[in-house]
Write a protein that binds this ligand. Sequence first.
Ligand code: MIC
Ligand code: SF4
Length: 636
Amino acid sequence: MGLTVAEKIIAKHLVDGRLERGAPIAIRIDQTLTQDATGTMAYLQFEAMTVPQVKTDLSVSYVDHNTLQNDFMNMDDHRYLQSVAAKYGVKFSRPGNGICHQVHLERFGQPGTTLLGSDSHTPTGGGLGQLAIGAGGLDVACAMAGQPFYLTMPQIVKIHLTGHLPPFVSAKDIILAVLRQLTVKGGVGKIIEYSGDGVRTLSVPERATIANMGAELGATTSVFPSDAETQNFLQAQGRAADWQELCADRDAVYDQEFSLNLSDLEPLVACPHMPDLVQKAAELADLKVDQVLIGSCTNSSYKDLMTIAYMLKGKKIHPQISLGIAPGSKQVLAMIAANGALSHLVAAGARILESACGFCIGMGQAPNSGGVSVRTNNRNFQGRSGTKDAGIYLVSPETAAATALCGRLTDPRTLNLAPYEFELPRQFTIDDSLVLEPNPQTEIIRGPNIQPCPKREALTETLAGEVLLKIGDNITTDDIMPAGAKVLPLRSNVPAIANFVFASLDPTFAKRALEKKGGLIVGGENYGQGSSREHAALAPMYLGVQAVIAKSFARIHKANLVNFGILPLTFTDPADYDKITQGAVWKITNILARLKTNENLSAESNGQKITLAYDLSDRDREILRAGGMLNFVSKL
Ligand code: MIC
Ligand code: SF4
């Protein structure tokens, strides 16, 4: 039986388990990436492991999320990250060098290798044929310490692409079409693999856009084959030696198959407040828009910026629109500056923003109240932009540029422009001077904002806790642990950031949890979707949360809950969700014994009884019994 691309990479890296769907496996990790918002904790945890140097082939620490530097805290984090990277053998991509996923694709990703990143959009590397997976910071710290990454062997879904994109229809429209079909939970427990003649028509940055937003499907990762197009890209990045061919065998077996004819696609829009609420741009033509933002790890490549420069050249943006553009990397910015494309953007009226995550994570550019903001990034969760009642519409760069010109949401095909013929440069501008090489002699610098990672006690046999919060389906990690300019500077200070847990859903949560000395959270389907931020588990742990009972969980968040010793439990009968009311006290008994034998748990409140399940590997259950990963590894 033949193998898929993902199976080939996993087979080569398998250190434990069998290549069987649903089986627990462990894979060797070749490369890691971290970013500043998750990185400080990851390196504090790595330091606690007392490993002298990272054991991966390559580890890179990026600073891209928080570059506002409102006060000392932010720059303190940068200093800590720079010094800890140097000491332990990690390359350091300085602020200004660009967004981690864009830079990693350009300068470091390699077909056929594994990449583990403390950011949910790490799968961007799938555009190069790399098996790139997002995880919590602690899992990445373990990978840097030389441990394998443990996961459940995902199902593999094939999306067969045929045809070619019509003019002004873009890679973003492909992934929006996939999201419309599969929804934000359609990818949970799955790897999405792209194949077919249509793949050949897509450049690596376009493939990366699609793989990037596979995160919004909840997928473990997405992966493209590595072909002649991949070779061209790597060659143009001066990295011809990093290329290897990689494609699925003809008789590879998939768990699900879909096909998509690119020639039939049209410009699409994800409407507020979920990336899968997809409509045709043409259907929203009456929507008046206040702001357009182009950038983020989804759509800030050289191709994206050249395309919008072509569309805006010689024109002025609509007077009602504020247009912000953040090129994804220093390389992109340097190239559009050198070839004059930047001047077209500036002349059209764009505000040029730093090459960083910026608006995508609510670090500036919050829309006006009740505003309509059309953006090229990947998440439009309510409030993430910094303005709770704003509506965020996710689109391609082409649709964004057309909208900036017209002031209303505009299908770019209606501008009747001649098609833009993009050609991949034969040689990208290469200047890695903002990537610092390690130096083990470096002394680590810790400002007052750098606080140690808290631990918890080992699990007890019985747990009794009040239901502190009962919430519905698709709760995101942005709901659990908001980001934005106020909260992000506290990522290295868990006691301080814990005050903001569930702040936008229930501002009293943190206070109540502390007063009650912890308790339980009850959620619906797909609890914890979105970002990989482990603070969405770590901060609740600090507040004493002992278990989350939900209808189902998103992959990365579930792993983070286990890492921090919080039980991720599910209902055996979904109707039991209705039996639990906020404020009630539930008691769960025989926990240690049942986790050991992998049996369901019984919970009881005022004479009512329910049975709770969990889907955890032997190792996960041991980690929970120990009270989390840090206790678990210290016992090894
Ligand atoms: C995001 O897009 O939500 C982030 C910010 O990049 C996060 C990481 C974080 O919260 O630090 C992610 O996607 O993992
Ligand atoms: Fe940064 Fe946004 Fe990408 Fe997250 S999704 S890595 S915040 S650009």
